[in-house]
Design a protein around this ligand. Structure first.
Ligand code: SF4
Length: 453
C-alpha cells in the first residue's frame, strides 16, 4: 500500500466544508455541532461549526425500515446529507433552489425544478452575471503550455470544435477542474510533473489511483409496498458504525471501513427493477417476475474504503491515441486482499441486520476474496488519486493548496488530490478543498505569485 496522510487537517478545512455546503445547498442534520453530539445525527462525524443549510429531506419507507432495524441492533442511523433542497433556498451567490418532490429522476439526469445541487443550479448563473466572466462551449483543452523554464504555465491550448482549430489561450493562472481522470490525463500530457513508475516508485502523476469497495444486500418482501417511483438521488438513512474513523479493524485483519445506506435513489421505470436471482432478464419470464416483485424490493448498500497500492496507477498509453493524436490514458488496476477482506466483513455484519427485517428473499452481492476487477458492470463513480496532495514534490503532484509542485500558477482541483479513498463519496471533500484553495489564491497568491509551500 502507498498509504499517505493529507497535508491539511480537518480543522483547517471545516470552514470551507461549511462554505461549500451553503453554496451547494445541502440538506441534512448535524450530528456533531461544535463538539456537542446530537441525537438523530451521525455521532461519529467530524465537528461542524454550523448545522446544514436546510433540514433533512423526508424519509421513504425503505429508509425508515432500515433506520428502525439498525436502531434495534444498537446502531446509530441518521439522515443522509443530500445535495438536494428540502425547502426553498437562496445560496450565498443569490442562486435559488426549490424543494424536491421525490420524482426520482435526478440520479443520472439533469432536473427541471432547481432542486438538485449542481454547478448549473448553484454557481454558473451567478458567474454569468459577472462582466469579466466568459465560458466557451464546444471546446476541449488539449494541454497546458509551460514557459521555457518550465516553472510556470503561459496558458492552455484548446480545440475549438466549431472552428475546427487549435487556439492558444494565455492565462496568469490555470485551474484544472475537470473530472479526476481528465485532470490526470491533462497533467501527464502537459508534463505537469513526472509520470509515476510503479517499479521504482519514482514520479507522482498517476500515482495512488484508488476506487471504492462496495457491496450490498437486496431484499424482497411480498407483503410490503415500497413505492419505488418515490425517491431522489441522495436519498437514504445511513449508519457509520462500521466506518474507518472510529474503528480499528486490525484485529479483523484489514484496515478501512464502510458506511451503510438504504433508500430509493431513482424512480426510473426500467432501471429500478430489482428482481430475485434466477428471474429471466427478458421476455415472458421477466414480465412475470416484474408482476410478482415490482414495488416489493429494497436494499442496503455498503460503501467502503479503498486503499492506494503501488501497482494501481494511471499513465499514458504507449499504443492508442485520441482524435487529436494524444496518447490515451491507461489504467492499471485490480482489487487487493485488504479491501476484499473488509468487504467480506461488512457482509457478515450486514446479513443479520437484513434478516431482522424479515424478507421473503434475500440476496447478497459482495465481492469474494480473490475477485478480479471487471470494468463492465457499474460499481461506483468515485475515482480518486492520480495527482495526490503531499508535503513535497517527491511524494505528490500538488501541495496542500492544490498548487502543482511543477508550475506554481497551475492548480489542480478535485478527487485526484485524494491520497486514498477513505470510503465516503468524494464531493464534500472536493468542495472543501476547492474553497480552501481559492481562499489561498485570493489571500496569499494573487499579491505575490509563488509556490505557497
Ligand atoms: S427527485 Fe431529483 S429530479 Fe426529482 S425533484 Fe427531487 S431533486 Fe429534482
Amino acid at each position: 500500500m502507498n498509504l499517505r496522510d493529507y497535508p491539511v487537517s480537518y480543522d483547517e478545512l471545516e470552514p470551507f466544508f461549511t462554505q461549500f455546503e451553503k453554496v451547494a445547498g445541502i440538506s441534512g442534520y448535524a450530528g456533531n455541532l461544535n463538539g456537542e453530539i446530537r441525537e438523530g445525527g451521525n455521532p461519529f462525524e467530524g465537528w461542524r461549526s454550523e448545522d446544514f443549510p436546510m433540514p433533512p429531506l423526508p424519509t421513504t419507507y425503505d429508509s425508515s425500515k432500515f433506520r428502525d432495524a439498525a436502531s434495534a441492533m444498537g446502531y446509530h442511523p441518521f439522515p443522509a446529507g443530500a445535495g438536494i433542497a428540502s425547502t426553498s433556498y437562496v445560496n450565498p451567490y443569490g442562486m435559488q433552489m426549490g424543494p424536491c418532490n421525490f420524482c426520482g429522476f435526478c440520479e443520472r439526469y439533469g432536473r427541471y425544478q432547481y432542486s438538485k445541487s449542481s454547478p448549473q443550479t448553484a454557481i454558473l448563473g451567478a458567474l454569468k452575471r459577472m462582466p469579466n466572466f466568459e465560458y466557451r462551449t464546444n471546446s476541449e483543452v488539449l494541454r497546458v503550455e509551460l514557459a521555457e523554464d518550465g516553472k510556470t504555465a503561459t496558458g492552455v491550448t484548446y480545440w475549438d470544435e466549431a472552428a475546427q482549430e487549435e487556439v492558444f489561450q494565455p492565462a496568469d493562472i490555470v485551474i484544472l477542474s475537470s473530472y479526476q481522470l481528465n485532470n490526470v490525463h491533462l497533467m501527464l500530457l502537459s508534463g505537469l510533473g513526472e509520470a509515476y513508475n510503479p517499479l521504482t516508485g519514482e514520479g507522482t502523476l498517476g500515482k495512488n489511483y484508488a476506487y471504492q469497495m462496495n457491496g450490498g444486500i437486496s431484499m424482497f418482501v411480498k407483503d410490503e409496498e415500497f413505492n419505488p417511483f418515490v425517491g431522489h438521488g441522495a436519498n437514504g438513512m445511513i449508519i457509520d458504525d462500521f466506518s474507518i474513523s472510529q474503528n480499528d479493524f486490525g484485529a479483523e485483519g484489514f484496515i478501512g471501513g464502510s458506511y451503510w445506506r438504504s433508500g430509493t435513489f431513482n424512480g426510473q421505470p426500467i432501471r429500478n427493477m430489482p428482481l430475485p436471482k434466477g428471474t429471466p432478464s427478458w421476455g415472458a419470464g421477466w414480465k412475470q417476475g416484474i408482476g410478482e416483485w415490482y414495488g416489493h424490493a429494497m436494499s442496503i448498500g455498503s460503501h467502503g474504503s479503498h486503499m492506494a497500492y503501488a501497482n494501481n496507477h494511471l499513465d499514458l498509453d504507449p499504443t492508442y491515441t485520441d482524435r487529436h493524436g494524444r496518447p490515451l490514458m491507461r489504467m492499471a488496476f485490480n482489487w487487493h486482499y485488504n479491501d476484499l477482506k473488509m468487504n467480506q466483513f461488512m457482509k457478515r455484519k450486514m446479513e443479520p441486520l437484513a434478516v431482522s427485517m424479515k424478507p421473503d428473499v434475500m440476496q447478497a452481492g459482495f465481492k469474494d476474496i480473490g475477485a478480479q476487477y471487471d470494468v463492465r458492470p457499474y460499481q461506483t463513480t468515485h475515482n480518486t488519486g492520480g495527482h495526490i496532495m503531499a508535503e513535497n514534490a517527491r511524494e505528490g503532484a500538488v501541495n496542500r493548496y492544490s498548487q502543482t509542485f511543477k508550475a506554481h500558477n497551475v492548480f489542480a482541483m478535485g478527487a485526484g488530490n485524494f491520497v486514498q479513498n477513505t470510503q465516503y463519496n468524494p464531493t464534500g471533500l472536493v468542495g472543501g478543498l476547492a474553497y480552501h484553495t481559492v481562499h489561498a489564491i485570493r489571500t496569499q497568491y494573487l499579491s505575490n505569485p509563488r509556490p505557497l509551500v
